[in-house]
Ligand binder design. Structure first.
Ligand code: SF4
Length: 580
C-alpha cells in the first residue's frame, strides 16, 4: 500500500484543500444551510465546527425534516487576555447572530454557539475587526496557547504572557485562505484591515506557504501552556508541551519542558490512552520558540497519519520513550544537546478568584462563572452585568483555564461599584459559591456537541446541589478538590487528572474516576463504570464518608483516594456502606 493510500481520510482532505481552502468558498455559496464533509473538517482550522441541535434531532427526523444545523465559532485568545471592547463585541455577536449565550472554554477562549451558516462570514469578520482571531482555534495545528491569567504587575507574569502570545503568533497557520475566505469582500476583492493581520505571501509555492506545517498540517491537534511551578493553573501536565517557568530571585531564568500530555481516549480502542506529560529538559527563555518548532516539526513528521485515534504527540513519546524522543529531537530537529530539567516540579495551583492586589496599588477580581456559561435567565443576568462592567469600568479581562474571568486594574473605589453591578443583576460573587462548585468544571456536551454521549454542563449544577448537601453533612464543605465532568471520553474539561472525574460513557451513564489532584500532575483511576446520572452522588457519598473518617492530617480527597487505591475504596464503599 502506498503512503497516500494509507492516509486517514482527513489527511487527504487537508492535502487536497490547497492549504485549508477548497471547497469552503464553494460550500459557502451553495444555498444549503450546512457544509459538506470536506469543508466540515477544514473549517475547524478556521475556528468553527458544524453542529446540530440534538434536542430536536429525533423529532425532526420523525417529521422528515433535516437536522437543525448551526456553527460554533471559537475565538483563540492567548493567555485569555482581552479588552472590555473585545468582550463586548463577542457579547454583541452572541445576541445578534448566535443563540444569546457565550461560553468561556477550558483553554481560555470564547465560543459562540448557534451561528447560522449564512452568518459565519460576518461573525468571523467582526471578531477580527475587534482585533481577535479564530484562526487555528480548532483543527490539526497549534491551538490556543494558555498562560497564567492573573494580571500581577510582575515581570515574570508579563514574560509568560508574552511567551504565550509569541508562540500563538508564530505557530498560527500562514496560508492566505483565512484572509481570502473570511476577510475579503467577495464582490470587490477588497481586504479587511483588521486588528490581527493574516498577511501571508500568496506568491509562495509548495511548503514555503506553510514552512512549519507543510501541506497536511499536523496529524492532530497540538496544545501548549505556560505557567510557574507554584501555580499550575493551566494544567501543564495535560499539554502536548507544558512550559514550566523557573523563577530564581524573582527572575524567569527559563523553562522546564514537559511533553506528551493528552486527555482524549476511545474506550473501545485499547490502543488509545490518556497521558500526563513527561519531563524532558530545561531551556532558557530565548530557546522556547526554536525548541517548540523542533518538537512540532518532529510531531509533523512522526505522528501517525494513518489513524487519527493514535495521532497525538503522546503516542510518539510513549512509543519511543523519553530518551529516544530526546535524542531524535536533539540530533534531527533541534541541532544541539538539551539541558537536563531543573529539579523543580509543580507545587501549587491557584484559581485566581476573588479580590487580589495586583502589585501596583490596584486590584483584580476573579469572578467564578459556573461552567463558563454566560447568559441571562430569571435567576441571574450575568450577560447584562458583564455588559455594564465592560461599558462603565472598562477593565482588561483575563479568561481563566477554569472557565471563569478576571477583571483587572480596578481602583480601590471601583471595588464596591463592580460588586454592586454584579449584585444588581443577581450574579453571585465568587465568595457566594461553595468550594466544591467553585472548583468544578463541565464541557458543553449536549445539545450541540456532536460527540457527546451524555449531558455535562446541563446536569452538573444540580449534581453540585446534592454534593454540597452531602459535604455539609460530613463537615467537608471547605475541602478543596476538583470535580470535572465531560459528555464523552474526549476529556475537554480535563477530567483525567482531577480529584473526581465524571466522564460520559453511554446514554445517561458516567465513568467515575478518583485519585487525581488539584496539582494536576498525575492521572486518576477508574473507580466505577457506567454509573447512572441519578446515582453519581450516592456513589461518591460513601467514599467521602470514608475520607472523612480515615484521612491523614491535611490529606486532600484526591491524595486519600490515591493512597487507598481502587480495591480498598471498592471494598469499603461499594454498596453505599462505609465498613470497618
Ligand atoms: Fe464534546 Fe466530548 Fe469535548 Fe464534551 S468532552 S465538549 S462532549 S467532545
Amino acid at each position: 500500500m502506498s503512503e497516500e493510500q494509507a492516509l486517514d481520510g482527513v489527511e487527504k482532505i487537508k492535502l487536497e484543500s490547497h492549504y485549508l481552502r477548497a471547497p469552503i468558498p464553494q460550500d459557502l455559496n451553495d444555498g444549503n444551510d450546512f457544509f459538506g464533509p470536506e469543508s466540515i473538517q477544514l473549517l475547524k482550522h478556521h475556528g468553527s465546527y458544524q453542529q446540530d441541535d440534538r434536542d430536536v434531532r429525533t423529532e425532526r427526523r420523525k417529521q422528515k425534516l433535516d437536522k437543525l444545523y448551526t456553527m460554533m465559532v471559537r475565538t483563540k485568545i492567548p493567555g485569555g487576555k482581552m479588552t472590555s471592547e473585545q468582550f463586548l463585541a463577542e457579547l454583541d455577536l452572541c445576541d445578534q447572530l448566535g443563540n444569546s449565550t457565550l461560553r468561556i472554554t477550558t483553554r481560555q477562549g470564547l465560543q459562540l454557539h448557534g451561528i447560522p451558516k449564512r452568518s459565519i462570514r460576518e461573525t468571523i469578520q467582526r471578531i477580527n475587526q475587534a482585533g481577535l482571531s479564530t484562526l487555528g482555534a480548532c483543527g490539526d495545528v497549534n491551538r490556543n496557547v494558555m498562560s497564567t491569567p492573573a494580571p500581577y504587575k510582575s515581570t515574570v507574569h508579563q514574560q509568560m504572557l508574552a511567551t504565550a502570545e509569541q508562540l500563538a503568533s508564530y505557530f498560527a497557520p500562514r496560508s492566505s485562505s483565512y484572509r481570502d475566505i473570511w476577510l475579503t469582500d467577495p464582490d470587490t476583492g477588497e481586504k479587511e484591515q483588521v486588528g490581527q493581520q493574516h498577511d501571508m505571501d500568496t506568491s509562495l509555492a509548495g511548503d514555503e506557504v506553510e514552512p512549519i506545517y507543510g501541506k497536511r498540517y499536523l496529524p492532530r491537534k497540538f496544545k501548549m501552556g505556560v505557567a510557574t511551578s507554584d501555580d499550575n493553573c493551566v494544567d501543564l501536565y495535560s499539554q502536548d508541551i507544558g512550559w514550566m517557568a523557573i523563577v530564581e530571585n524573582g527572575e524567569l531564568i527559563g523553562y522546564n519542558v514537559l511533553v506528551g500530555g493528552g486527555f482524549g481516549v476511545t474506550p473501545s480502542a485499547a490502543k488509545t490512552f490518556v497521558a500526563v506529560a513527561k519531563m524532558l529538559c530545561f531551556v532558557p527563555p530565548q530557546q522556547v520558540q526554536p525548541l517548540a518548532e523542533a518538537i512540532i516539526t518532529l510531531q509533523r513528521d512522526h505522528g501517525n497519519r494513518a489513524d487519527r485515534k493514535v495521532a497525538r504527540l503522546k503516542y510518539v513519546v510513549a512509543d519511543w520513550g523519553v530518551e529516544k524522543f530526546k535524542q531524535t529531537l536533539e540530533q534531527q530537529y533541534y541541532g544541539q544537546p538539551l539541558e537536563a530539567p531543573r529539579p523543580i516540579d509543580v507545587t501549587g495551583y491557584d484559581d485566581h478568584m476573588g479580590w487580589r492586589e495586583q502589585g501596583d496599588g490596584r486590584w483584580f477580581y476573579g469572578l467564578n462563572v459556573e461552567n463558563g456559561r454566560i447568559l441571562d435567565n430569571e435567576q441571574q443576568q450575568l450577560k447584562s452585568a458583564l455588559r455594564e462592567i465592560c461599558t462603565t469600568l472598562r477593565p482588561p479581562i483575563y479568561l481563566t483555564p477554569h472557565q471563569s474571568m478576571i477583571f483587572g486594574n480596578i481602583e480601590e473605589e471601583g471595588k464596591t461599584r463592580l460588586e454592586a453591578i454584579l449584585r444588581k443583576h443577581g450574579v453571585p460573587l465568587t465568595e457566594d459559591f461553595s468550594t466544591v462548585r467553585r472548583w468544578s468544571m463541565a464541557c458543553p456536551a449536549l445539545p450541540l456537541c456532536g460527540l457527546a454521549v451524555t449531558e455535562s454542563e446541563r446536569v452538573l449544577p444540580s449534581m453540585m446541589d446534592a454534593l454540597e448537601a452531602k459535604l455539609i453533612e460530613l463537615g467537608l464543605q471547605d475541602e478543596v478538590f476538583t470535580v470535572r465532568m465531560t459528555g464523552c471520553p474526549n476529556g475537554c474539561a480535563r477530567p483525567y487528572n482531577s480529584d473526581v472525574g465524571l466522564v460520559g460513557r453511554t446514554l445517561d451513564k458516567y465513568t467515575i474516576f478518583l485519585g487525581g489532584r488539584v496539582l494536576g500532575d498525575r492521572l486518576n483511576f477508574e473507580y466505577k463504570d457506567k454509573v447512572p446520572t441519578a446515582e453519581v452522588v450516592s456513589t461518591l457519598a460513601p467514599v467521602l464518608a470514608y475520607y472523612q473518617q480515615a484521612r491523614e492530617n491535611g490529606e486532600s480527597f484526591g491524595d486519600f483516594c490515591h493512597r487507598k487505591g481502587k480495591d480498598d475504596l471498592l471494598a469499603r464503599c461499594d454498596g453505599g456502606l462505609v465498613t470497618g
